[in-house]
Design a protein around this ligand. Structure first.
Ligand SMILES: [Zn+2]
Length: 102
C-alpha cells in the first residue's frame, strides 16, 4: 500500500533536505498555497528564476514542529534566511522586503 501523503512526516522531527520531501507531500502544500514562495505571493511579487525555493517548517523542528504537510510551506531562500533571523511577522513590522519587492 502506498503511504498516504496526508499522514507522512507526522511526529517526525528529523531534519531532512528540501529535495528529500516526497513529491506527493509537496504537491499537497502547493495545492493549499499555490506555487512558489508563499511570502512573495502575499507581497504580490515573484522571486527571480534563479532564487532557490526551500521547504520551511512553520513551527520549527527545534520548537516541536514536525515534517507533516500541514507544518510545511515553500519559501524562497531570501524569505527562509530572513525568517531564520526572526519571524515573518517581525519582518513585516520592520518593513523588510526582498530586493525584488518594490
Ligand atoms: Zn519569498
Amino acid at each position: 500500500m502506498k503511504a498516504d501523503p496526508h499522514l507522512w512526516g507526522r511526529g517526525d522531527r528529523r531534519r531532512i533536505t528540501s529535495a528529500k520531501f516526497p513529491p506527493a507531500v509537496l504537491a499537497l502544500v502547493e495545492l493549499r498555497d499555490g506555487p512558489g514562495c508563499v511570502e512573495c505571493s502575499r507581497l504580490g511579487v515573484a522571486p527571480p528564476q534563479d532564487e532557490p525555493l526551500e521547504v520551511d517548517h512553520k513551527q520549527p523542528l527545534a520548537r516541536g514542529g514536525d515534517n507533516r504537510w500541514e507544518n510545511l510551506q515553500i519559501l524562497c531562500r531570501w524569505h527562509n534566511r530572513a525568517k531564520c533571523a526572526g519571524t515573518l511577522a517581525a519582518l513585516e513590522r520592520q518593513g523588510k522586503r526582498p530586493p525584488w519587492a518594490p
